[in-house]
Design a protein around this ligand. Structure first.
Ligand SMILES: Cc1cc2nc3c(=O)[nH]c(=O)nc-3n(C[C@H](O)[C@H](O)[C@H](O)COP(=O)(O)OP(=O)(O)OC[C@H]3O[C@@H](n4cnc5c(N)ncnc54)[C@H](O)[C@@H]3O)c2cc1C
Ligand code: FES
Length: 267
């Protein structure tokens, strides 16, 4: 159950020119959050900050009672967030949304092969997910704009068996889209049992089509503009399949994680 909380910021670290990682003390979030869930943050005071900003939980330390978020400065809200410092109190609601299904709940008694594909800010929830997985061979594919935008690479290396990077300009790793890197690599690797993906919509659409072409289970986490974050305002809806038709699903409450084949991606 989500709670409204005021928690202490422990640290704020700059990871690249626009990305920050914040560590927050919270017994409640650290003990209840599941991979894929997010917190909704009131970044500041005043009329511009009435709407909270959704940010994924990218890791928890249950022993210390802390959790981490990582965020890219995009506009007013995230800029204010980047100005917090240790000891400040942060106003947040969480944990919110559903979570990824861990492989052992889908394929019991099997050492599964897992692929996590992330682009840009979509990599952050995947770190928490990969950390929580046992009994799986874990491959991660991370896409960045260029080598200056690469963040958390060592964190991912620690929790994966194989890590592959792509950059749009080829300044590090594979040159091109992370979806192309992934598509090429699964031809040389026994196909994974499940794909988890988070990133921009065109990336997710491509990943779902790859998953369908290879008959692989696939879960995607959707990034959508949000209002209330608790299922009341319908700002965040996306179209999903239902029986022979379709319906609107709320990314904040029914998601953010959906089975790939259920999402109707707009062209
Ligand atoms: C479930 C969920 C989890 C998210 N997790 C993270 C995370 O872990 N780290 C992170 O950096 N960001 C994450 N985001 C995106 C983040 O919420 C937005 O970047 C943030 O709300 C922008 O607020 P702002 O006030 O700084 O920018 P605004 O001034 O509101 O907007 C600036 C720019 O950001 C774009 N933007 C605004 N909201 C979103 C959104 N929800 N998704 C994508 N683009 C958006 C706008 O189109 C605009 O171009 C997540 C979004 C969702 C829905
Ligand atoms: S943000 Fe209000 S219903 Fe999802």
């Amino acid at each position: 159950m989500a709670k409204a909380l005021k928690e202490k910021v422990l640290s704020l670290k700059m990871l690249s020119h626009s990305v920050f990682r914040m560590s927050i003390e919270s017994e409640y979030i650290s003990s209840t959050a599941l991979p894929g869930q997010f917190v909704n943050i009131k970044c500041g005071d005043g009329i511009n900050n009435i709407l909270r900003r959704p940010i994924s939980i990218c890791g928890v330390d249950r022993q210390k009672g802390t959790f981490d978020i990582a965020f890219q400065v995009r506009g007013k809200g995230t800029r204010l967030l980047s100005e917090y410092s240790g000891e400040d109190l942060i106003d947040l609601t969480g944990p919110l949304g559903n979570s990824f299904s861990l492989p052992h709940t889908l394929i019991p008694q099997k050492h599964s092969k897992v692929a996590a594909v992330g682009g840009g800010i979509g990599i952050f929830p995947l770190l928490f997910l990969l950390k929580e997985m046992n009994n799986a061979e874990k491959h991660a594919y991370l896409g960045f704009r260029d080598c200056r935008s690469m963040v958390m690479v060592e964190d991912f290396r620690e929790v994966t068996d194989k890590l592959l990077i792509s950059t749009d300009d080829g300044s590090a790793g594979y040159k091109g889209a992370v979806t192309d890197l992934f598509e090429q690599h699964i031809k040389t690797w026994d196909k994974p049992d499940i794909i988890y993906a988070c990133g921009p919509v065109p990336m997710l659409r491509k990943i779902v089509s790859i998953a369908q072409a290879h008959d692989i289970m696939c879960q995607v986490s959707m990034e959508q503009r949000m209002g209330c974050g608790i299922g009341a305002c319908l700002v965040c809806v996306c179209a999903t399949r239902q029986d022979d038709g379709w319906k609107y699903s709320r990314v904040c409450k029914d998601g953010p994680v959906f089975w790939g084949q259920d999402v109707i991606f707009e062209e």
